[in-house]
Design a protein around this ligand. Structure first.
Ligand code: UN1
Length: 495
């Protein structure tokens, strides 16, 4: 472990002697003690970010992209080590730890191209000799508040975009995963050193609890707050940022569903269901939590699923072949077990879901299937664990209504070979989520699309498409190159 730490630049002075204990979900053992950022340091940290902003906004965007290109190179070089640290600190299986770093590399590549494509519109003016256009400008410091389940990728989606858009970043990672954040900063520092003349304080890391986050959320000098986590957290952060007319980008809870129609390719559906419901031990915000199956195939599909679930290798995420690693901690396992009790009390039949040994000291569980007679209260909640609630439907209209009848609106999908059904699902009367897929599960989105969701998911968009606009301010410009001063709307005001 010390070798892994030192290969990522995490020297003992950084990982020992602090006040924040870091535990590996693999066996619950303490692996580091990290120094926390004193809340009293926050004003100076924000001021440094503001100073960096004044310099960085003047650097041409393609040159800013060069820094992100170098970050992508450094991430490629450190992929194996950082992936292994994600596994150690967040408990993800090896290929998902590596996949997370790959997402970081992908967003860097995307943002490098974007740095030459921060396009504004030209607009036809109603006045002769006038030209209208839109220009996109940097906004200022961007706070990134991230969660344990994607401890580094979420930072990179925000940071790669924020940097090319001309904004400095202050990152507050989850208290559960400060090591991967510190390692990512070391990688960033290597990119900054190669870049040469980036302003000091362009990318900063702060470690701590809610008080550190609140300093960012409450500061007028932090115009953008991108926060990933629970809806409960978003309900606190959103209004606080809005109160000072800041901009928030919220990525909150999901309660993602799959509709399986009679024409679906069931073998493919089973593979998609298993990956999205039990992958990452059900701890993605995009994890599949609700299966809405046509009555005619329900029994068959549940039997196929039960067979697939029976053979899933659960245990040490570092071991080759393991598909389900630990939950993040014992509290998370307790929440899963109590959700299953509630499902039973609400008339559900639960298959699986027991705590299993795995590695001593870790919180390992069998994934659960809860056969429900309807969409009861517990089904409408997001439990961050591998529980799949199964419900039946008769008409597509009914299935879509069930799919949409939850507070969250992140990701969704339909398995069907029927074109009418697929297109209806994607239409205005279909899924109400930010992400809607056909013949693909709800998780594992590529970085090229905008990522985020509606309703209690918070409405934010990150990553690809034009999500970059959330990190810039739009300026409408009208230029008069005539010798007259015509007023808009034909108003006469002669003096
Ligand atoms: C999250 O769980 O916070 O779509 C994000 C996915 C990943 C991102 C998940 N690309 O599953």
């Amino acid at each position: 472990m010390q070798d892994l730490f030192s290969s990522l630049g995490l020297t003992p002075d950084l990982t020992q002697g602090g006040t924040l204990a870091v535990r590996s979900p693999i066996d619950g053992a303490e692996i580091a003690r990290i120094a926390e950022t004193p809340v009293s340091d926050m004003p100076a940290i924000i001021a440094r970010s503001q100073t960096a902003f004044r310099a960085w906004r003047e650097v041409p965007a393609p040159r800013r992209g060069e820094l992100v290109r170098l970050l992508g190179e450094e991430l490629r070089a450190a992929k194996a080590e950082l992936g292994a640290l994600v596994t150690l600190e967040a408990g993800k299986i090896t290929s998902e730890g590596l996949g997370e770093v790959q997402e970081m590399i992908d967003i860097c590549d995307f943002a490098v191209g974007l740095s030459r494509q921060l396009y504004g519109l030209t607009i036809a003016s109603e006045r002769p000799g006038h030209r209208m256009m839109e220009t996109w400008h940097p906004m200022g410091p961007c706070a990134v508040i991230s969660a344990f389940n994607f401890p580094v990728a979420v930072w990179s989606w925000n940071t790669a975009l924020a940097l090319v858009c001309g904004n400095p970043v202050i990152w507050k990672p989850s208290e559960k995963t400060p090591l991967t954040a510190m390692a990512s900063m070391k990688i960033m520092e290597r990119a900054l050193a190669r870049f040469g003349d980036a302003p000091e304080g362009l990318v900063q890391l702060v470690i701590g609890g809610p008080a550190v986050g609140e300093a960012l959320v409450g500061s007028k000098d932090v115009p953008i707050v991108s926060a990933t986590g629970s809806t409960r957290m978003g309900r606190i952060v959103g209004p606080k940022v809005a109160e000072r007319f800041g901009r928030s980008i919220l990525e909150l809870g999901g309660n993602n569903a799959m509709i399986v129609a009679p024409s679906a390719d069931l073998d493919m559906a089973v593979r998609a269901i298993v990956f999205s419901a039990v992958g990452t031990a059900g701890q993605r915000c995009t994890s599949l939590r609700r299966l809405i199956v046509h009555h005619s195939i329900r029994k068959d599909l549940v039997a196929k699923l039960a067979a697939a679930y029976a053979s899933l290798p659960i245990g040490d995420p570092r071991k080759e072949g393991t598909l389900i690693g630990p939950l993040v901690d014992a509290a998370s396992r307790d929440r899963m077990l109590s959700a299953l009790e509630q499902a039973k009390a609400e008339g559900g039949t639960v298959h699986g879901g027991a705590a299993v040994e795995g590695v001593a000291g870790g919180a390992y569980v069998q994934p659960a299937i809860a056969d429900m007679s309807g969409q009861s209260a517990i089904v409408k909640e997001e439990t961050f664990a591998p529980i799949l609630y199964v419900m039946g439907y008769e008409t597509l209209e009914e299935a879509i209504a069930l799919q949409n009848d939850v507070p969250q609106g992140l990701s969704s999908c339909i398995f069907t070979l029927n074109l009418r059904e697929a297109e209806t699902f994607l239409s205005a009367v279909g899924s109400d989520c930010g992400i809607a897929n056909v013949n693909i599960g709800p998780s594992g989105a590529e970085i090229g699309g905008a990522f985020g969701g509606e309703k209690d998911t918070g409405g934010g968009r990150e990553s690809g498409s034009d999500a970059w606009k959330g990190y810039m301010r739009r300026q409408t410009n009208t230029v008069n190159y005539s010798a007259q001063l015509p007023l808009a709307q034909g108003v006469k005001f002669d003096i």
